[in-house]
Design a binder for this molecule. Structure first.
Ligand code: SF4
Length: 387
């Protein structure tokens, strides 16, 4: 979602006639995160650093929306703009000011575009600050989303990522479309080469969604489904809406997909047995990459006052879960050796196959190249461009 917000700000400033500086410019926009205490601290450090080298610094994003207090005491050239994401690009544009020459064709990074279909969340997970900073769920119209996907494809973006805080809540009641219908409609857009979902709650992984993903040829065989914990008692205390058995049942039909997830370690009610259940669940479900978040109490949430698990225990559990994730990734990569796939190269020597596994291949950035897997390295599948 932050990528989508940044993309909107960049595009708006380019349309206003500004240009991007590769190192230091006149204005820096720092788009912040508040998912953990550490994220807020890093956001503040970034704003302070930028204030030393730029005439003006604008601070946006979730940490700005949560509390301007986090940025108190920074130099006078730092300005915090707290806005809903829909209004953010306009607010930054008004603050920076347009310059005379309006650019007709403002092209962004051509490889991948993030298209927001929905924002906000009306769930109430006990640890989560996102509903406070992004508000209740609301959807863009399907026509606006499909128009933007067409525009991105015409601009040369090879991959579009459908993005939202709670993607499965997307509804366009007038058009009669849910996420599954939107995927089918997007699949018919000329020039779209690859479509991916950013992340989806397991309750929204329905048979209809799976059918839509399978029958739409441009959809990647990858799904990111937050787990958070593999222990039913912890899931209940977190206010999640599933048991681990329900999670497994929903995911089971996707056994050929690359499954990735988020997990929180050191949640207040997580003891060693509960953490062991998370380790076991990750292995049993067949998840590859786990994004591990040590629990961090967030202001305004139901667990804001609870943080009994020590830092050392969180660090230790995080390391164990990351090691299991690394091993699971390597195991999945090994199964690809000898196979072919189409790789979207997005940085020097690295791209992503259709199932969003990283492939190390030497090809121009932005190219979609057929590749053959010849081995495994620490960073991903070793591959060569195939004839
Ligand atoms: S963690 Fe829960 S409350 Fe937070 S955005 Fe996800 S579903 Fe919504």
């Amino acid at each position: 979602m932050s990528f989508a917000d940044e993309q909107a700000i960049r595009e708006r400033l380019l349309a206003d006639g500004h240009s991007e500086a590769s190192t230091v410019g006149d204005v820096a926009v720092i788009n912040t995160c508040c998912v953990t205490n550490e994220a807020v601290a890093k956001s503040r450090q970034a704003a302070a650093r930028a204030a030393r080298t730029h005439a003006r610094v604008i601070v946006t994003g979730c940490a700005a929306n949560l509390s301007t207090h986090a940025f108190a005491g920074l130099p006078d050239n730092v300005r915090v703009i707290a806005r809903r994401s829909e209004d953010l690009a306009d607010a930054v544009s008004a603050d920076v000011g347009a310059i005379g020459c309006i650019q007709a064709d403002h092209r962004l990074d051509r490889v991948r575009a993030f298209v927001r279909i929905q924002d906000g969340c009306s769930f109430s997970c006990s640890f989560c600050v996102i509903p406070l900073v992004r508000g209740a769920t609301r959807s863009r119209s399907a026509i606006a989303v499909l128009d933007e996907i067409s525009r991105r494809a015409a601009q040369g973006h090879k991959e579009v990522v459908l993005t939202g805080v709670n993607l499965g809540c997307f509804r366009d009641r007038e058009a009669g479309l849910t996420l599954a219908g939107l995927i089918r409609a997007a699949g018919a857009i000329d020039g779209l080469e690859r479509l991916r979902l950013s992340s989806i709650e397991v309750n929204h992984v329905t048979p209809d969604l799976i059918a839509a993903m399978r029958e739409t040829s441009v959809v990647s065989r990858h799904l990111h489904v937050p787990l958070q914990s593999g222990d039913d008692d912890v899931l209940r205390a977190m206010g999640r809406r599933y048991t681990i058995g329900q999670y497994r049942a929903r995911i089971e039909p996707l056994d050929d997909f690359n499954l990735t997830t988020d997990a929180i370690v050191g949640f207040p009610t997580e003891d060693e047995r509960a953490f062991g259940n998370t380790m076991a669940a990750v292995a049993a479900v067949g998840i590859s990459k786990v994004h591990v978040f040590p629990y961090s109490p967030r202001p305004g949430t139901r667990t804001a006052g609870d943080d009994p698990v020590s830092r050392q225990v969180k660090t230790d559990r995080s390391a164990r879960l990351r090691a299991a994730s690394d091993a699971a990734c390597r195991a999945r990569w090994s199964t690809r050796v000898g196979s072919r796939d189409v790789v979207l190269v997005d940085r020097p020597g690295l791209g992503y196959a259709d199932d969003y596994t990283p492939w190390l291949v030497d090809a121009p950035i932005g190219a979609l190249v057929p590749a053959e897997a010849i081995g495994v390295a620490d960073e991903g599948v070793l591959a060569v461009v195939a004839a």
